[in-house]
Design a binder for this molecule. Structure first.
Ligand SMILES: [Zn+2]
Length: 388
């Protein structure tokens, strides 16, 4: 192949890989002898806004809603009060049972006295096997003496019953500053003793880095998250002042590689559910890294075949997590994972303007994603509620 032909082939492959839309350009296809009919028309009615336009689907296909997961589920990414009151816990468990949610991992990380109270509340509850608690790290004022204090706190929290660390939220990387005023980078060596302690204490780390890539892009009419960014100005991360998306992700990957003995669970599939090949390379290069599916169902359900193959290949590396605890939203996950249904609604319009499709995952993969992988990473979860 000549080098020019090679470049052309490479560019075509890149265009296909980047999913460049195959829309007709201009008024006439190359080779046609007449203009495409209607190519120059504009709407004769005022176009609706994206808020108002809600087309009713006329598609008639089999429907298999899944109100209850096929196997018991561990939600590795749940936000609950810490401590939780008996009344709150009753109410939560009443909503968990019909969904087949067996255990919630409370990653509203409590530390110190508040962790002690949270653990007390769980231990005194009749639902004691239904929730476990993670601790968290306070990243404020990283500087001389910080690591010793943070490690001592982690040791105390692990002793008090915390089974992991998290959720470390997106402020770490985006906005938290060191004692000297500079941005705290994810791979800052001052933090090394803490990640080493996490490995030594067998505490997996649930970490949320950045946000969807579109939140870092200009808010124009090609941005997939235009509506969400218009609704939530605090989700816009222009650079500067914020680091760029890829800069953050590179820091995160260096952190993961620097501490191969520490288990990291990348919340929201590391925000790469829209680019599973990239996430696959991460899984290949970093055996200590896992992914959690919270809040990215819109990306999995729009690529059911690619996502199916990805889940089969990386079935030992993916955990179920939901994040926001809204009981009526869980069945959308069950339906995408368990069925082969086509073109059904998603639950939040500002995440996605598209419909979802089922991935029809095999039972073995469902079991791993729903509970087996979480039981491996968090052995302190009671095994009683799960098949042997
Ligand atoms: Zn969260």
């Amino acid at each position: 192949m000549t080098s020019r032909a090679f470049v052309l082939v490479a560019l075509l492959a890149l265009a296909a890989g980047a999913g460049i839309a195959q829309v007709p350009q201009g008024q006439q296809s190359e080779g046609a002898i007449q203009n495409r009919p209607g190519a120059t028309r504009t709407p004769t009615l005022p176009p609706p806004s994206i808020i108002d336009y809600k087309p009713r689907s006329t598609l008639v296909v089999p429907q298999h809603p899944v109100p209850r997961a096929k196997y018991p589920v561990i939600d590795i990414h749940s936000h609950q009060p810490a401590p939780i009151s008996p009344e709150q816990f009753d109410r939560i468990v009443t909503s968990m049972d019909p969904l087949n949610l067996q255990v919630l991992v409370n990653v509203s990380g409590a530390s110190g006295d508040r962790l002690q109270q949270a653990m007390q509340a769980l231990r005194n509850s009749k639902h004691r096997d239904r929730m476990v608690q993670f601790t968290n790290i306070n990243f404020n004022n990283v500087g001389p003496g910080w690591a010793e204090r943070a490690v001592a706190q982690l040791e105390a929290d692990a002793k008090a019953g915390a089974l992991g660390i998290g959720e470390i939220n997106k402020g770490f990387g985006l906005s938290i500053r060191k004692a000297d005023g500079t941005r705290l980078k994810l791979d800052d060596p001052d933090l090394d003793p803490v990640w080493q302690a996490a490995a030594r204490l067998n505490l997996p780390v649930l970490i949320h880095t950045g946000d969807p890539e579109e939140f870092f892009e200009p808010i124009d009419y090609t941005n997939e998250r235009w509506l969400e960014l218009a609704l939530y100005p605090d989700r816009r991360f222009p650079s500067p002042p914020y680091p760029e998306f890829d800069e953050l992700m590179a820091e995160r990957d260096r952190l993961f590689k620097r501490h191969p003995k520490t288990i990291f669970i990348a919340a929201h599939m590391g925000w790469h559910a829209n680019n599973l090949a990239r996430l696959g390379r991460m899984f290949d290069e970093m055996p200590n890294v896992y992914g959690e599916v919270g809040a990215v169902l819109y990306d999995l359900g729009r690529q059911p075949r690619t996502a199916h193959d990805f889940f089969v290949k990386y079935q030992d590396r993916i955990l179920f997590g939901k994040d926001s605890y809204q009981p009526d939203e869980f069945p959308y996950f069950w339906r995408v994972f368990e069925t082969a249904d086509e073109y059904f609604d998603y639950y939040r319009d500002y995440h996605a303007f598209w419909k979802l499709y089922g991935m029809a995952l095999p039972d073995q993969v469902l079991r791993k994603v729903y509970y087996e992988n979480a039981l491996k990473l968090v052995p302190g979860i009671a095994r009683a509620g799960f098949p042997r």
